[in-house]
Write a protein that binds this ligand. Structure first.
Ligand SMILES: NC(=O)c1ccc[n+]([C@@H]2O[C@H](COP(=O)([O-])OP(=O)(O)OC[C@H]3O[C@@H](n4cnc5c(N)ncnc54)[C@H](OP(=O)(O)O)[C@@H]3O)[C@@H](O)[C@H]2O)c1
Length: 345
């Protein structure tokens, strides 16, 4: 059994890690930490985590584990991750601290980096794109929830060099994407029956999307507009991606659309957690599951490709993908502990 620990089990991503790990089968969850609930029992603090009868610890009391999942906010997460790396644990960091390879880019979007020397060795844990690098990784930077849906929607065309550099990603997220910390923007009466765009001057997930596009096609001068929206639901992200193919690559008719869809089918043929949908997907179809549904189609009139993706921000967008990455790191079946279907309706 692999001895695992969770840092910050009092946040949404940490709670979700505990829920999924409970029935993993190859994991012995030896400790969890949480600042505000230290001293309480996990299954008393969160009664739905039934029979997870273990004390919530102070962060520095957790040691001697094979793998740590950190679900702290950025900056605090890097500091905790480094402590555990230095103790010899492998680490999957769900925060943004090790996602951007370029320290200047990180410091432009976040703050001075607490541990820049670890950026080079960190593996960007979008499993479908970086599976080979994960096998030996000591430090995995779990991707952001928006970039996961955006990049999975873009990768088949970007890697094949079939699209022009202009990319528009229009995303809608449920409120749990903002975490459990209270603020006016997530207040019930502000969110309920309301929809709003935010991050129009630049959202922190933008450089992650561009980094992965550059990785897919370094010679393309990518011009990405990414606009997130907050909508009144608990979980889920739907991204609608607008693309223009290179001249002559696709005909804008039923046969071009069929070719596009076959290209996605082929690209994701062996992926356990990406399915090419046969009709426009909905967030409820992935609620609570680690699946991403991808639907490529065409706007014949405008001559554009449109790709719709959906995922659960707390599962494939956070805890589920972290566990998928751990499975790859330890040579376990990639779907171990992650076979649960979505809850519908
Ligand atoms: N929510 C998502 O959909 C999602 C998706 C992907 C990645 N992430 C990332 O996952 C991490 C956790 O996100 P979340 O949504 O689970 O957050 P969250 O629910 O807002 O959890 C935040 C909690 O972290 C604790 N905390 C804050 N600062 C701390 C510090 N300096 N030291 C120790 N504990 C501290 C606080 O818990 P106490 O009350 O116990 O002090 C706070 O309530 C973040 O880095 C986030 O960017 C989140």
């Amino acid at each position: 059994m692999i001895r695992a620990g969770i840092i910050n089990v009092t946040g949404y991503a940490g709670i979700e890690l505990a829920r999924i790990l409970k029935n993993h089968g190859e994991i012995n969850l030896v400790g969890v930490t949480g600042r505000s609930m230290a001293g309480q029992n996990l299954d008393e603090a969160f009664p739905f985590l039934d029979s997870m009868n273990m004390p919530i610890l102070e962060e520095d009391a957790l040691e001697g584990v094979d793998i740590i999942f950190s679900a702290l906010p950025h900056k605090a997460s890097a500091e905790a991750c480094v402590r555990h790396l230095e103790q010899g644990s492998r680490v999957v960091d769900i925060s943004a601290d090790f996602r951007l390879k370029n320290v200047d880019e990180y410091e432009e979007w976040y703050q001075p980096h607490p541990a820049p020397t670890y950026l080079e060795e960190a593996v960007y844990g979008l499993t479908e794109l970086h599976r080979k690098e994960l096998t030996d990784a000591k430090l995995v930077a779990n991707p952001g929830c928006y970039p996961t849906g955006a990049v999975l929607g873009l990768a088949p065309l970007a890697q094949a060099g079939l699209i022009q550099s202009d990319v528009i990603v229009d995303s809608k997220s449920g409120v749990s994407g903002a975490g459990r910390t209270l603020s006016l923007t997530v207040h019930y009466s502000e969110v309920n029956e309301n929809v709003s765009a935010y991050g129009l001057d630049g959202h922190r997930h933008y450089p992650e999307i561009v980094q992965e596009l550059r990785d897919a096609s370094p010679e393309t001068p990518w011009r990405v507009t990414f606009t997130p929206h907050l909508i009144p639901m608990t979980r889920g992200i739907l991204s609608t991606i607008y693309l223009t193919p290179n001249d002559g690559e696709f005909s804008f008719d039923e046969s071009g659309k069929k070719r596009l869809q076959e290209l996605y089918q082929e690209h994701y043929r062996n992926e356990p957690f990406v399915r090419v949908a046969s009709s426009p997907p909905q967030t409820k179809q992935v609620y609570g599951s680690n699946m991403t549904l991808v639907y490529p189609t065409m706007d014949f009139r405008a001559g554009r490709i449109v790709v719709v993706t959906v995922l659960d921000n707390l599962v494939k967008g956070a805890a589920g993908q972290a566990i998928q990455n751990m499975n790859v790191m330890y040579g376990l079946p990639e779907n171990q502990g992650l076979e649960g279907l979505a809850i519908y309706p």
